[in-house]
Design a protein around this ligand. Structure first.
Ligand code: HEM
Length: 237
């Protein structure tokens, strides 16, 4: 039995979840944890940049990049450029978010890279960067093929780009959930009420993040309603 999934409703659900995630993480870091700062005597304010940039910058903007083929009623060439630009922004914000976590650790005399979350985090950002570079390279080499009049206009590696991309994105979602769990456990070990408002807020933020990731990944396999445009990946001209 074939399951047909329409892209538009799934992208609407994903956008709503993205807005919920952004509001929840900002309320947590600003109202409950005292705000964000790059330079501060209260080093926790430096740490707070990390979840905000990893969720809003890396996961949400990265998800919007993935969905751009299905969510924007634009020409394929324009969609491709938006896809690449959003991924580049997500990568840049993700790198700044990780630097904030290192800065917080260094200025608080806490060791770096001691947890599964941190190891996976480094792996994810490296794989994400490789994926970005490879897709850009393939798009450019395809263009050259087209200009040379080659019969093979679609790169065989593009389905791998999608599969590998889904793998890395799924890993990023799981690692964000791990990050929320880790931080909440630290806070609870320092006295935070396990059934208090903040604990619920952090857990709901993690649940909203997982649901957003699931919605983003579903859009990749969902069908566009318009006839004559498969919104598939191809080269950037
Ligand atoms: C996909 C998104 C994320 C990635 C790639 C990521 C990556 C990293 C990395 C590489 C570190 C190590 C920094 C160091 O050793 O100095 C780290 C630390 C940390 N992150 Fe994340 N992070 C992500 C999301 C989050 C989120 C959403 C939270 C929620 C609060 C979080 C909580 C933490 C905590 C508590 C630490 C310090 C403890 C540790 O090193 O494990 N992370 N993160």
């Amino acid at each position: 039995m074939a399951v047909v999934l329409k892209a538009t409703p799934v992208t609407f659900v994903a956008h709503a979840l993205a807005a919920a995630c952004a509001v929840l993480v900002l309320v947590w870091c600003i109202s409950f944890r005292g705000g964000l700062a790059w330079e501060a005597t209260n080093k926790s304010l430096i740490f707070n940049i990390h979840p905000v940039l990893m969720l809003i910058g890396f996961i949400i903007i990265g998800g919007e990049a993935i969905m751009s083929y299905k969510s924007l009623p634009l020409k394929k060439e324009v969609q491709k450029v938006i896809h690449l630009v959003l991924h580049a922004i997500a990568l840049a914000l993700g790198i700044v978010g990780i630097i904030a976590a290192f800065k917080y650790h260094n200025e608080s005399a806490i060791l770096n890279l001691y947890s599964l979350h941190s190891w996976l985090g480094i792996g994810i950002i490296v794989l994400y960067a490789i994926q970005n570079r490879k897709f850009k390279y393939h798009s450019e080499s395809e263009c050259q093929k087209i200009r040379r009049g080659s019969a093979s206009l679609r790169s065989d590696s593009l389905p791998w780009h999608v599969i590998f991309g889904m793998f890395v994105y799924g890993l990023a979602i799981a690692n964000a959930a791990l990050g929320f769990l880790e931080k909440l456990t630290f806070l609870e070990n320092s006295g935070l009420n396990k059934f208090g408002a903040e604990a619920y807020l952090v857990n709901f933020t993690a649940i909203a993040t997982v649901l957003y990731g699931a919605a983003v990944m579903l859009t990749v396999y969902a069908q566009k309603e318009q006839e004559g445009d498969d919104y598939s990946y191809s080269s950037i001209n």
